[in-house]
Design a protein around this ligand. Sequence first.
Ligand SMILES: Cc1cc2nc3c(=O)[nH]c(=O)nc-3n(C[C@H](O)[C@H](O)[C@H](O)COP(=O)(O)OP(=O)(O)OC[C@H]3O[C@@H](n4cnc5c(N)ncnc54)[C@H](O)[C@@H]3O)c2cc1C
Length: 472
Amino acid sequence: MTLPHRVDRSEGKPLVAVVGGGASATLLAAHLLRRAGAVPRLLLIDRDGLHGRGQAYSTQDSNHLLNARAANMSGVQDDPGHLLDWTCSQGIEASGEDFLPRPLYGRYLRNLLDASARARPGHLTELTGTVLALEAEPLTGGWKLHLADGTSHLADAVVLAVGNQAPSRLLWQPPAHRYIADPWRRGALDVIDDDAPVLIVGTGLTMVDLAISLTGQDPDRVVHAVSRHGLLPRPHHPPPRPPEAGIVLPAEPMSLRELLRWSRLAVRGNGGEWHGFVDAVRPHVPALWGRLSEADRRRFLDLVARHWEVHRHRIPPASAARIDALRAAGRLRVLRGRIDEVRTDAEHRLAVRIASDGEAAEVNVGWLVNGTGPAAGPATDTFLSGLVSAGIARPGPLGLGLDADAGGAVRDAAGRPHPNVFTLGPPLRGVRYETTAIPEIRAQAAVLADRLALLGRSAHRASSRENQAIPT
Ligand SMILES: Cc1cc2nc3c(=O)[nH]c(=O)nc-3n(C[C@H](O)[C@H](O)[C@H](O)COP(=O)(O)OP(=O)(O)OC[C@H]3O[C@@H](n4cnc5c(N)ncnc54)[C@H](O)[C@@H]3O)c2cc1C
């Protein structure tokens, strides 16, 4: 069978295909297209057509708030006031201390993408489609991207801005019609068509969003949430006090034990104020993570990560108050334990047995939602696992995300960084550990934009041929 493929031609400028159109792609476009000098063109391919907003910021629920203050959420690396200038231009009163609604932030990102396109007419194309595979183009040194609709596109370079993976499969198999495997899929919660209680597996940020939405949509809804540790994200306090002396990293090498001792001492030196320490140490996490041995990184994931997460990923005071009120009213019940059985009862509802400390309790619910958060590695994603099978990429350290060099160049099966395949944001989890929030993505986008601009001047000209459909 011959399939059409499109060769994009536009003034002979190199083309960078970006797989994904969410926040990572948007911040990359903003840093690349707003800079001076020659830049390549960008083709943003997003499965869900969520260009600009992506998964996190396409929510329509205005009770979903950013979990960081507006002052930290600018989309532009060298312009910290960019978000607040935009809110002001929209007639929205906001201060740097505010936790803005996520739908509003989605509008901001969409606007940033539009403004970036206007800055470089003809340099940005948005396409809705699913990329299934990459194929090397030996003649040009570029890549051919194969899409699910049967088309393919040639590009000089590829950026994998694919975001978080869907949650991992749970160990047991609940009946499919009462189970929501990925609550972030568009319209995933729409199948909940009665007011039966819902059990969410996971007690982190995903659970907070789901509990707020589910109880907001139905005033009688009761939500249960279970995790092995039963820990909830901590609330933000008034802007924390950073350590006066700043963060002075200990000399390498460092073991996990030394890192924890150093952290305890630093918090003590900060008068016991941990919020400020956590925020101040966050930019150094990639360096600290890189210094730990593999065994210590694994130990960190097993023993420390969940404590780091609840202190690092704090929720706004308004969300915390809502969660507290739901718990006080008995509408949100947080359980500690492990699910060890799911049965369907006579009314086709679910009887879920939860074991904890040698005891077992049963909860009866209508719906079960996998709120465990993104899967760690590429295995759950057909496209990424295909890249790994083809030797184009390999999993990142400890199987987290994808392996890449310090500048985001994806490493092939042999560990060699590609000159023209990059990634940023969540897929760098194994390499950098702290990589999913806007401040980290924005910094990576700025660095990658510099790199792509260089590529733009010297790259192969795969995209300089006719823009036409031709048989393969
Ligand atoms: C619910 C939630 C709330 C958050 N809140 C905050 C916050 O308040 N502050 C903060 O700093 N950070 C927050 N984050 C973290 C961070 O901002 C996001 O993870 C960030 O938006 C990641 O953007 P992304 O573009 O990498 O991924 P995404 O937004 O997921 O975009 C990736 C896109 O790629 C598409 N895609 C994937 N594979 C393919 C393929 N093969 N072909 C075509 N398209 C594909 C997907 O459909 C998706 O639209 C939040 C994250 C989540 C999930």
